[in-house]
Design a protein around this ligand. Structure first.
Ligand code: ARG
Length: 286
């Protein structure tokens, strides 16, 4: 009895070891056989796209709510009740990667950071927002996605040789923007007139209610492109700004996921396509 059960146990163990060998042997054999026969094109193409995005939360399941001052073409503007622009297309492409429906919500620019920080209204800021150290104390930014500068806009034929020429003048700016900060620091004794968005600042300049506007260069270019309203860009101000999408510091996975998606879009050429669509030129080399 004893010996036979021991024998049985031995046999069983032996069989197990054997089958284990057979199993690994099989697996090892199959793999190299698989690669050349099956189409290898599919796998490498799919895997990086379906990269493992880190975990993050969104306010509404399946949606990415985006806060934006949608009066800033060509980055974001309203076409009827649909938001459009470079930021919109780029966010849509990111949303597609993350499996989320992107919904733009119009907000006043200088409320964007406090509202995002407070939480509950939108998940991301996409609003031509410049990455600035002061802002980085409040929120996180994903990697830069656009290089920008400031511009000075005045009525056509105005004399402008430097900020001194604006001393004592009325300067229109968008509240809470880097253009406002530049004007505060660089124009002596000017009266800054803050507007809630670029559209209102340009209307005021056209009406002669302000003497000049400081505003992001690509936006001034776009606004004056079709109808110059008797205004012109008298100076480009090389502030060397970079725009970034803003995310709450409580949601670091989302920042990381956006960065991964952005990198993929750049690699695939989708970023360049969207850039060319809105700016008519290829993006600058990295
Ligand atoms: N780039 C400037 C800033 O971050 C102006 C952005 C204004 N954006 C807008 N959508 N109105 O301060």
């Amino acid at each position: 009895m004893r010996t036979s059960s021991r024998w049985l146990a031995l046999m069983l163990a032996f069989a197990l070891v054997l089958s284990a060998f057979a199993f690994t042997g099989c697996a090892a054999e199959e793999e190299p056989a698989e690669e050349p026969t099956e189409e290898p094109a599919e796998e490498p193409a799919e895997e990086p796209a379906e990269a493992e995005y880190p975990e993050f939360t969104t306010i509404e399941e399946g949606k990415l709510l985006v806060g934006s001052d949608t009066a800033f073409p060509p980055f974001e503007s309203m076409n009827g009740d649909v938001a459009e622009g470079f930021d919109v297309d780029l966010m849509d492409a990111i949303g597609e990667k993350l499996g989320l429906e992107v919904v733009f919500m119009t907000e006043i620019f200088d409320t964007l950071i406090p509202t995002l920080k407070a939480g509950g209204k939108f998940d991301v800021i996409a609003s031509g927002m410049t990455i600035k150290p002061e802002r980085e104390l409040e929120i996180d930014f994903a990697d830069p996605y656009y290089d920008s500068n400031q511009s000075l806009v005045m009525p056509k034929g105005s004399m402008y040789n430097g900020p001194e020429d604006l001393a004592g003048k009325r300067i229109g700016v968008q509240s809470g923007t880097t253009g406002e900060a530049w004007a505060q620091e660089n124009i002596p004794d000017a009266t800054l007139v803050p507007f809630k968005n670029a559209t209102e600042a340009f209307a005021a300049a056209q009406a002669g209610n302000v003497d000049a506007i400081v505003n992001d260069l690509p936006v001034s270019t776009e606004i004056l492109k079709e109808d110059d309203r008797g205004l012109e860009i008298v100076a480009q101000i090389p502030t060397g700004e970079q725009y970034g999408f803003g995310v709450s510091k409580d949601n670091p996975g989302l920042t990381e996921a956006i960065n991964m998606a952005l990198a993929e879009l750049k690699e695939e050429g989708t970023y360049a396509e969207i850039y060319e669509k809105w700016f008519g030129i290829a993006p600058p080399a990295e």
